[in-house]
Design a protein around this ligand. Structure first.
Ligand code: ZN
Length: 279
């Protein structure tokens, strides 16, 4: 169960990292009510680490730590823990409600890329419309958990991915279909650029349809004296003097076959045959 949860958190943080540029150490704004819900024996740093599956920089605002001071001496151990966190200056001259302070620090867009650790359901609900704001809280069993990415976060992420995809397709459009190849646009009156592969849904290639012409050619040339022919064919890549070592029959067939090749080839063949006769 714990392992499964870790995987879920890792995937979630992957979304924040990719779509919202979150980086480690993750800055976690810890509300005073998280500390008030903390089990005395447990290590908040470790729990935060487990919750985001990465290095953390816990932070606390002036207003939040002030709320702990106000609790009195009994809560000094919590103040001590809070003092191990980085102090986030909120610049509220008059101390305000912790929830209001956190809202203010996070702002409309969470531009500083904070992770919010807070118990207040009211606060978390009111901030759920901000995309890219991971949230952490203690569940009823006292386990620190990360909430699944909000709908706003997922919507933003999808939009980002769609944008990247179309952008990538636009770049590929120029490379893959050869519109940027010299003369390609003239082939069909330059209409390629208008009707891209994205509109047809299929990649466009300048490929001749049908079977490989080379394989077809081989079949056509199939003759009764198949074996002899393939034998000479194989030899044609070998040096000439080896080739002419065959029987007279084979040589004749060869000549007939080569006639189609053109006059120059034929002439060479005849000269060679003549040389052979001389030998
Ligand atoms: Zn404040």
């Amino acid at each position: 169960m714990r392992h499964k949860r870790a995987k879920v958190y890792k995937r979630a943080m992957g979304i924040y990292t990719q779509a919202f540029n979150f980086r480690q150490p993750f800055q976690i704004l810890v509300s005073q009510d998280i500390l008030l819900s903390l089990n005395k024996e447990s290590d908040i740093h470790k729990q935060l680490f487990a919750c985001v599956q990465g290095n953390v920089k816990p932070m606390i605002t002036q207003c939040c730590i002030d709320a702990l001071y106000k609790k009195g001496r009994d809560y000094q151990p919590l103040v001590d823990i809070a003092k191990t966190f980085e102090r986030r200056k909120c610049n509220h001259r008059e101390v305000i409600e912790p929830d209001e302070c956190l809202k203010d620090v996070i702002g409309q867009t969470n531009k500083h890329r904070y992770v919010l650790a807070a118990q207040s359901v009211k606060l978390r609900t009111s901030l759920s419309t901000i995309p890219g704001l991971p949230m952490i809280h203690f569940n009823p069993r006292g386990v620190l958990v990360q909430s699944p990415p909000s709908r706003a976060t997922l919507k933003y992420k999808d939009a980002m991915e769609e944008e990247r995809r179309t952008e990538g397709a636009r770049v590929l459009d120029g490379i893959v279909d050869g519109d940027n190849v010299l003369g390609a646009a003239q082939i069909d009156g330059g209409q390629r650029a208008v009707a891209g592969p994205s509109s047809s849904g299929q990649p466009r290639r300048n490929r001749i349809k049908g079977p490989n012409p080379l394989s077809v050619k081989k079949k056509k040339r199939k003759a009764p004296d198949d074996q002899a022919e393939t034998a000479t064919k194989r030899k044609s890549s070998e040096p000439r003097d080896v080739q002419v070592e065959g029987s007279d029959d084979v040589r004749k067939k060869k000549k007939r076959k080569r006639r189609g090749k053109g006059e120059v080839a034929l002439a060479i063949e005849e000269i060679r045959a003549g040389q052979m006769a001389d030998d």
